[in-house]
Design a protein around this ligand. Sequence first.
Ligand code: UDX
Length: 458
Amino acid sequence: MDLPQHVLVVPSPAQGHVKPFMKLAYNLAYHGIKVTFANSEFVEAKILGAMSEADKEQCPIRLVSYSDGLEACPAEERNGARLIASLKEVMPKNLEKLIEQINQSDNKEPITCVIGDLTVGWTLEVARKMGLKQVAVWPAGPASLALALRIPQLIETGVIDENGSTMKNELICLSEEIPVWNSWELTWISPGKPALQKILFDFSLAINQVVKNPIIVLCNTYYELDSSSCAMIPGILPIGPLPAISNLNPCSGSFLSQDSTCLSWLDKQPPNSVIYIAFGSTAMFSQKQFDELALGLELSGHSFLWVVRPNIVTGSSHEHYPDNFLEKIASRGKIVEWAPQEKVLAHSSISCFFSHCGWNSTMEGVSNGVPFLCWPYVWDQFDNKKYICEMWKVGLGLDYDEDGIISRHEIKTKIHNLVTNDGMKMNARKLMEDAKKSVSHGGGSYENFKSLVKYLGA
Ligand code: UDX
């Protein structure tokens, strides 16, 4: 007798990974697949803390957790090299034990497949070792995966060394249709943090081990958005943009509670008038840069909704705004710690998205047809910015001054240039239409998702 299929979804324990994995899990559950979702204990506590009771009751997937081995580690130290080392050394064994436990307690419906995060390829190695089906998810854009798959060749030809640094300081070009990488824009580059860079680089290199065997690689994109990079990735199955195929989504996978008061505030604003500013879950600012950003928003004269996460200012537990800033902007500015971002971007009052260009934010902006003001910080964000500004022509970048700061005047000027640029607004709307088509009946991502459901259910 065939056992029913039961999928275990395992993201890397970071906000920018858990959220899209949760969306994928919900979509699979909606299509009748039995799904269990495995978080680290630390992440699960955060997600449950941010969910309302109604969300918990409606959640169609089972949440389980396993230890990341850092129980004694204070929350503020759970990042960088320490967490990543633990990810590699402790979590694979703990994931294996978790699967054994689930299978003992649920022996009529044991786990049959692991959908694992390619940035932590050991999730898929554990599945392979245990004889389970594996499906990989790449949580960023296809170009950054195409770059990771080129690493062995780049080392062999002497373009980069064993630590991921460029030896000849040359541009890296995968094809004429893909923007080039400068040496400081490679996904794993971590200025001033060689140990972290080495670990991130080794993770990128390890992806090559996972995809050397045939495996489906799910990606939150649609094929036409970057067909050149997609064509370089064996097994890729573009199923995005995920927000557009979410049919029910009460449990968002957020680590912080979403402040919905901003939605009623947006309801009171005129159409196409508000700048939405959010820099994802990890970007941080010096106090000086934070002040310039605040003063740039003030100078712009526009209404804005600004997400200011706790601890967003380096070395400070509490953000300090410039003198009288909050009073001056009170009639046209709203600040929240964490927003329901997708609902915000879909709101008719939003005119543009001032973003760090994380991949999820990029796809959420694309899905909602908003132009971008781009301020990338690390990893794939530089690459995403090039797609937004140079390839799709739906955004503008900001330039640093000679002191390495993005000034209030630069911010004011670029906001003005963006909101008055009708061509970019049109391009953004066109991308939104393409994205919608792809996830609608008969579209590429729609068909790919259907074939995924068939594969998992088989
Ligand atoms: C990180 C990297 O920055 C990104 O480049 C990589 O592709 C994934 O991991 P993060 O910095 O968190 O992610 O950015 P992003 O990918 O944009 O993900 C942030 C998520 O948080 C988005 O899904 C966004 O909707 C959500 N978010 C953000 C909220 O729900 N509310 C907010 O107020 C801000």
